[in-house]
Design a protein around this ligand. Structure first.
Ligand SMILES: [Zn+2]
Ligand SMILES: [Zn+2]
Length: 346
């Protein structure tokens, strides 16, 4: 009984041992595989390390690295340049904005000045406060020499040079105020030949004298006129221009207020303040102050400097005024429409 039991027990133990042995073998194999993999990984790493060292020492690899570095630097430079460009553009834009604002501000100031000019009715100072005439040249554009000398320029606002408009001066310019037969019908384009000749020199001068004796007293109402010049030029920006220089700015301003936009001989009188630093510089040097000697100036009446009429003697103004008033009285009863010159308020 005991032996049988021992046999069974033995069998059990045997099976148990076999089982344990199998497990042991499995574990051993697993461990070996693990070790093998670790070994392989080590070898691979070592190989990679060696390869890397080899590559580092390879001149081709070195060249490639340098090339890559160069590309990176180039990119950096390009980016920097682009940044600078953008910054420059931004600055330019800002500058333009500032200039625009400045221009707007100036325009506003000018408008306000005009407004205040029309509002002034009586002087608050005696004499009138001097107003600075700005002749400072612009930074960008050179000063227009014609405008500087004559107060006008054939290109007007389109001129590429700077026109420094004065505020208030003692000199008024009545633009295109004088006109005669030739000027009115553009006969002076023919330049002194044929039709021009039909308009006699003396007739021309008589016409001017009428104008002179008629208009000068009008301007004298506001103060003593030092200089009174009438242009005979053909060029439209000078044609029939009348320059009136007073002793003071205040007198000129009073005349401006009273006469600007009034009508004379059916045309609106357009006055502006001008600054004529030197009359001898404004008046054409080649044009003699004689009756009508355009021939002396090679440019004729197309000259850009003033070709002025010779003013008749001052003392005869009173005499002429009396004459014209007598004439007027006589002719008043006659046909009124024959009168060429007519003054009326606008
Ligand atoms: Zn100009
Ligand atoms: Zn000339």
């Amino acid at each position: 009984m005991d032996i049988r039991i021992d046999n069974q027990l033995f069998e059990k133990m045997k099976l148990n041992l076999i089982e344990q042995f199998k497990i042991y073998r499995f574990l051993i194999k697993k461990l070996r595989r693990q070790l093998f993999r670790q070994q392989k990984a080590k070898e691979r790493d070592e190989n990679l390390r060696l390869e890397e060292i080899q590559r580092q020492n390879d001149p081709l690899y070195q060249a490639w690295i340098i090339h890559q570095e160069n590309i990176r630097r180039q990119k950096e430079i390009e980016e920097e340049e682009e940044n600078q460009k953008a910054q420059k553009l931004r600055k330019q834009h800002e500058q333009m904005e500032i200039q625009k604002k400045e221009q707007l501000r100036k325009e506003m100031e000018e408008k306000q000045k005009e407004l205040s000019l029309s509002k002034i009715t009586a002087p608050t100072h005696n004499p009138f406060p001097p107003i600075q005439v700005t002749i400072a040249p612009s930074i960008e554009r050179p000063v227009c020499s014609f405008y500087l000398k004559t107060g006008v320029c054939r290109y007007n606002e389109r001129c590429h040079r700077t026109h420094n408009k004065p505020d208030i001066t003692n000199t008024l310019l009545a633009v295109n105020m004088y006109s005669n037969f030739e000027m009115q019908y553009g006969l002076d384009d023919e330049y002194d030949f044929d039709i021009g000749l039909e308009f006699e020199e003396s007739e021309r001068y008589e016409n001017f004298k009428d104008f002179y004796y008629d208009v000068l007293p009008e301007f004298e109402r506001f103060g003593h006129v030092i200089i009174f010049k009438v242009c005979a030029n053909s060029e439209i920006h000078l044609r029939g221009n009348v320059y009136i220089q007073y002793e003071t700015d205040y007198q000129a301003m009073q005349a401006y207020k009273a006469l600007n936009t009034r009508y004379y001989a059916g045309r609106m009188v357009q006055c502006q303040f001008v600054n004529i630093p030197s009359w001898s510089a404004a008046i054409c040097g080649k044009h003699t102050d004689g009756l009508f000697e355009h021939g002396k100036c090679p440019k004729g009446r197309r000259c850009n400097y003033l070709h002025v009429f010779r003013n008749p003697p001052l003392k005869s103004i009173e005499k002429n005024k009396d004459e014209s008033s007598r004439k007027n009285k006589r002719s008043k009863s006659r046909d009124r429409s024959n009168k060429r010159k007519k003054k009326s308020r606008h």
